[in-house]
Design a protein around this ligand. Structure first.
Ligand SMILES: *Cc1c(COP(=O)(O)O)cnc(C)c1O
Length: 395
C-alpha cells in the first residue's frame, strides 16, 4: 500500500514530464534521503539561505542566489527586488507601488500566464514589439531599439522569457537595458538541460535569473532558484525571510545581508507567503549537484531507455504511426490516424481515467498527436502504457 492509498488517492504514470498539475517529477533517493535528514534538525533560515547562496553562485556563475518555492516565486521576489531595492519602507508597501519605479518592460510575444508573478509584485507591464512572425504576416518580432525606446524614469526592470525562439537575443536586450542602468530579469524556468544553461543567462548579462527546481533539476516539486546580483538577491531575501526579531538580535551573515546598509529591519515582505522549508533548500541543493554532475549525453541516454522500451512495446499499434524524436532528451509521438476509433484527445482522456492512470503530453492533441516524455517514467511504465493504449486504438 502506498502512502497515497491510505488517503484514497491514485498514483499515476507520468509520461507528460514534470508539471505542477501532475505533482512535478519524483525524487532521486539521494535527494529524498537528504531532505529526510534535513527535516530532523532546526537551523536559522538566513544562515541556510546564505549557505545555499554560495552553492548557487558556484553553479550559476552569479554573485549570489536563494532557493525559492519555484521559478514563479523567484520572479515575484526578483521583481520586488528591482522595485524596492534596499529600501525597507518601499518593501513594506508592496504591491502598492505608488511613488516608486514600477514599470516592467516585456516583449509582447513573450507574454504568458507566469507573468502574473511579475504583476503580483505591483509592477505594471509595458508591452513592446509586434510579433509579426506569429501571425505569419511578416518575419520580425520585437527589436532591441524598441525596448530601449520604452525605458523611462519609471522603469524598474526588463523582463525576458528565455526560450530557443526568444527575440531579440538576451545580449541585445541586456545592452539596451544596461545603457540606462535598468536590470534584466530572466525567466529560465524550463531552460534546463543543457547543463550549460545554468551559467548562460548570467554570462549573457542577466541581473537575475529564475529556474524551476521541480523540472529538469529534479529537486522538490515546490523549489526553485533565483540567482543574480548581490544587492538584488539581498533585497529579495529581505522581502522573503521571517523577520520577527529585534534589530540588536538579528545577525544574518554579512556577505549575504549587510545590516550596515539598512536603516532598520524590514517587516514581513511580499515574498513571505512564498515560504521555503529547510528540507526544500537542502533537497534542491542536492538535486542541483546531481543534475550538474550528469552530462547531457548521459541524461539523454538514461532517459532514452524508456523511449526505446515504449517504442518496442508499441509495435503492432493499430490506426496510428509511432515516431521517435531524437534530440537532447528523446521523446515519442503517436500520430493517430483519421480512421482510428477515437481521436487523440479522447484517447488521452481515456488513458487518464483508467487504472493505472496514464498522463501523456496533450499540447498537440488537437493535431492528432499524443506526446510521451521519459522525464518522469519508471522502469516498467512503458509496458503498462502500451497495454492501456493498444486496445483504445482497436475497433
Ligand atoms: C514552469 C515555468 C514557470 C513556473 O515554474 P515553477 O517552478 O513551477 O514556479 C515559469 N515560467 C516558465 C516559462 C515555465 O515554464
Amino acid at each position: 500500500m502506498s502512502i497515497y492509498d491510505q488517503i484514497g488517492v491514485r498514483t499515476i504514470i507520468n509520461a507528460k514530464g514534470p508539471s505542477t498539475r501532475l505533482s512535478g517529477g519524483f525524487l532521486d533517493p539521494d535527494v529524498a534521503a537528504a531532505m529526510a535528514e534535513a527535516a530532523t534538525y532546526c537551523v536559522e533560515m538566513a544562515e541556510l539561505q546564505a549557505g545555499a547562496s554560495k552553492v548557487l553562485a558556484e553553479y550559476t556563475g552569479a554573485e549570489a542566489g536563494i532557493v525559492t518555492s519555484g521559478a514563479a516565486a523567484g520572479l515575484l521576489m526578483g521583481t520586488a527586488a528591482c522595485i524596492a531595492g534596499l529600501d525597507p519602507i518601499k518593501m513594506s508597501k508592496l504591491p502598492d507601488t505608488r511613488g516608486m519605479k514600477n514599470e516592467v518592460i516585456m516583449v509582447r510575444s513573450q507574454r504568458n500566464f507566469y507573468d502574473h508573478a511579475v504583476r503580483g509584485a505591483g509592477a505594471q507591464l509595458i508591452e513592446v514589439g509586434l510579433p509579426d512572425r506569429y501571425a505569419g504576416a511578416g518575419v520580425r518580432d520585437c527589436e532591441a531599439w524598441e525596448i530601449e525606446a520604452a525605458i523611462t524614469p519609471q522603469t524598474a526592470a526588463v523582463f525576458y522569457v528565455a526560450n530557443g525562439n526568444s527575440q531579440p537575443s538576451l545580449p541585445e536586450v541586456v545592452k539596451a537595458a544596461h545603457a540606462h542602468n535598468v536590470p534584466v530579469i530572466v525567466d529560465a524556468a524550463g531552460q534546463l538541460p543543457p547543463v550549460s544553461n545554468l551559467k548562460r543567462f548570467i554570462a549573457e548579462g542577466a541581473d537575475l535569473v529564475a529556474f524551476s527546481g521541480g523540472k529538469a533539476i529534479g529537486g522538490p516539486q515546490s523549489s526553485g532558484i533565483l540567482a543574480g546580483k548581490r544587492d538584488l538577491i539581498m533585497s529579495a531575501i529581505l522581502q522573503h525571510l521571517d523577520l520577527d526579531i529585534y534589530w540588536e538580535q538579528w545577525a544574518p551573515p554579512k556577505e549575504f545581508i549587510d545590516k550596515s546598509r539598512l536603516p532598520g529591519a524590514p517587516h514581513h515582505g511580499i515574498g513571505r507567503p512564498c515560504k521555503v522549508g529547510k528540507e526544500i533548500v537542502v533537497g534542491l541543493l542536492v538535486a542541483l549537484k546531481k543534475f550538474a554532475a550528469e552530462s547531457d549525453d548521459q541524461r539523454g541516454e538514461r532517459l532514452g531507455r524508456h523511449i526505446k522500451a515504449l517504442h518496442a512495446a508499441l509495435s503492432g499499434l493499430d490506426h496510428a504511426r509511432v515516431q521517435v524524436n531524437a534530440g537532447r532528451i528523446p521523446s515519442l509521438e503517436v500520430h493517430v490516424a483519421k480512421d482510428a476509433p477515437r481521436s487523440a484527445l479522447d484517447i488521452m482522456i481515456e488513458l487518464e481515467k483508467g487504472n493505472p492512470s496514464v498522463h501523456a503530453n496533450p499540447s498537440r492533441a488537437k493535431q492528432g498527436i499524443i506526446g510521451f516524455s521519459p522525464w518522469c517514467m519508471k522502469d516498467g511504465d512503458a509496458e503498462k502504457i502500451a497495454a492501456r493504449l493498444k486496445p483504445l486504438l482497436r475497433y
